[in-house]
Ligand binder design. Sequence first.
Ligand code: NAG
Ligand code: NAG
Ligand code: NAG
Length: 230
Amino acid sequence: MFLLILAAVLLAAGQSAPLADCGTLTQQLQIQGRDQFLGRWTYAAESTNIPGSKMLTKMFVENVWGEVSPANESDSISVRQLQKMFGSCYSVTSKMTLANNTLTMAYPLVASEVLLTTSCSDCMVLLSNYTIGESTFSGVQLMTRRPKVLAAEMDEFKRQVDCLNLPPPAILDSEKGFCPDDSKDTETTDLTSMIAHSDSEYMKLFEKLVSSEAGIKTLLGLISHFEPPA
Ligand SMILES: *[C@@H]1O[C@H](CO)[C@@H](O)[C@H](O)[C@H]1NC(C)=O
Ligand SMILES: *[C@@H]1O[C@H](CO)[C@@H](O)[C@H](O)[C@H]1NC(C)=O
Ligand SMILES: *[C@@H]1O[C@H](CO)[C@@H](O)[C@H](O)[C@H]1NC(C)=O
């Protein structure tokens, strides 16, 4: 009985610990310039309001890291994302332009992103809108300069996600290993043009699939028959 009371007191104390409120956690940060984005980032967690995205991410995405380099235009960055899925490596290259405190992408997807506050000094929290077919989805990502974040940093991100009314995030596991950083690695399949050139019928199908739980089940069925290129 005493143990239980102690536990209850501890829990109560834990709950009254000064957690940052939603107003603070959803504050947008002023972007200083493109330099703050340059270099290597590990994707630690992501939440989106695409139905089933957490399940799909947990099932198929092993790990993701990205390399950000300056693009030709002084206000633009080039992002090369290396994603380990089904035990193979895939890359996507995109260009983002900085204007009005927002990063925008036109290719291979239409997206816009802003930075949110974080107490983690070498992390970045990106809040995004992206368009798939005629639907717009929102998402938030936690990225870090390190291979992984601390538990307290992940907890703060989970609270941010909750404050944004997004579903609980898919948390990537750095133990699953990353794709190598040799950009000429022939084992890496570039999906950029495949994403950009997905014809509108394909996008409409994807949009239909992700907009319902039944569709997600169909998508899972399709993916489970997917054979990664040899
Ligand atoms: C960037 O500039 C270099 C040198 O002028 C040029 O070769 C390259 O094609 C340009 N890249 C893009 C994406 O425009
Ligand atoms: C930035 O904001 C200004 C003023 O609101 C607007 O005129 C301009 O089109 C915006 N630029 C972009 C790239 O959205
Ligand atoms: C996303 O879209 C909503 C609704 O149009 C808008 O209020 C918000 O500022 C957008 N966020 C980003 C990161 O573009």
